[in-house]
Design a protein around this ligand. Sequence first.
Ligand code: 5RP
Length: 243
Amino acid sequence: MNNDNIIAGEDTLDPQTLLKKQAGESAAEHVKDGMVVGLGTGSTVKWTILKLGQMIEDGIKIIGIPTSVRSEVLAREAGIPLSTLDAHPEIDLTIDGADEVDAHLNLIKGLGGALTREKIVAACSKKEIIVVDDSKLVDVLGTKAPVPVEILPFALEPCKISLAKLGSEPVLRMNENKKEVYKTDNDNYILDCRFDSITNPVELEQRINNTPGVVENGLFLNLIDLVMIASPDGVRTLPDQFS
Ligand code: 5RP
């Protein structure tokens, strides 16, 4: 497919979408010929995926490992050859979005629902870049976003009770029509757990994941190498350099 057809002209984009596009496209510059690339999920990394499609048209050869059905469909449309973790358990570089980013490169992810596959892919990646606009930066995790927790449907009520005991207000995620329960690509539910502020994310991540019935949670700690942040002043990185 010619990717020009699926990339809107910049003059039609609202300011925040334009920032997402700038962050997403900048990260694609880190993708080199021959790489196995983890493809994150969301409206920011969408621009990375489309840019990678253009780079493939221009001759680069890469293999993508998508983190969601949504990204798989988008990547196929963009012409990115795809594979699986079974065939490629070691990923050179993953690019993904985030819902909150703190100064230590720790994240909340999963408002898009793909947290479990995203965390597995992140753990299999030699390097992970996060692309965000500057509205995602926070001093303390939990300031704006709830922590999404993917759970087995069988364990809904016990998980609600346990996660409330950890100090959150768990809310079962619904589809946009508010009538059906949202289901992840793994056929599980998500409890969005709002915590007042998360002062010890390492302990909280362990306690959430020690709850029977919890599959994974959206705290991404010590998994990220670089965050690319788009603001009206341009795209800056945290830390300054890719180490
Ligand atoms: C999906 C995610 C997304 O990366 C996160 O929600 C950010 O999405 P967007 O770039 O659309 O704001 O974690 O599970």
